[in-house]
Design a protein around this ligand. Structure first.
Ligand code: FES
Length: 150
């Protein structure tokens, strides 16, 4: 196993701990890369295809490296009713990426999520955990420009 995956050594090598191992990779790397799949498979003595199968089953695991600014567009019920699909369209158009993608500069990544817990501000999005609410097109584009120019 590569030294950079030494943090896995805190987890028992029993294959029943595979999910814990993948969670550790994601917590450390921000996503689970192809290289990480091989390292995890090696660590738990499992075929890489089996690790990939588990990864694809659980939505919690990201396969794409997040951008410097990770945008979560809320599509919970309150936000959906107030136009979250429009927010997603505006962000996608402005950044040239769709749900689950990272832009080619690695600056922005985009994800649709369930309720962010601030429904009274619907529709909302968050960027690296900072929440922006009561969004309209102008406000959404303005926020993205601010991050682009940081
Ligand atoms: S539904 Fe979007 S914050 Fe609750």
């Amino acid at each position: 196993m590569q030294e950079s995956y030494g943090y896995l050594n805190k987890i028992d090598k029993d294959p029943s701990n595979l999910i814990k191992g993948l969670q550790a990779v994601q917590a450390t790397e921000g996503y689970v890369s192809d290289v990480s799949i091989i390292a995890v498979a090696d660590y738990f003595s499992l075929p890489a295809v089996e690790v990939e199968g588990v990864l694809s089953f659980y939505a919690q695991f990201k396969r794409t490296k997040p951008g410097e600014y990770h945008i979560c567009v809320c599509d919970g019920t309150a936000c959906h009713i107030k136009g979250s699909t429009l927010i997603l369209d505006w962000v996608s158009t402005e950044l040239g990426i769709t749900d689950g993608e990272t832009d080619e500069n690695g600056l922005f990544s985009l994800e649709t999520v369930a309720c962010l817990g601030c429904c009274s501000l619907a529709p909302v999005l968050s960027i690296n955990g900072k929440v922006y609410g009561n969004l309209d097109r102008k406000g959404t584009v303005k926020i993205l420009k601010e991050y682009r120019n940081k």
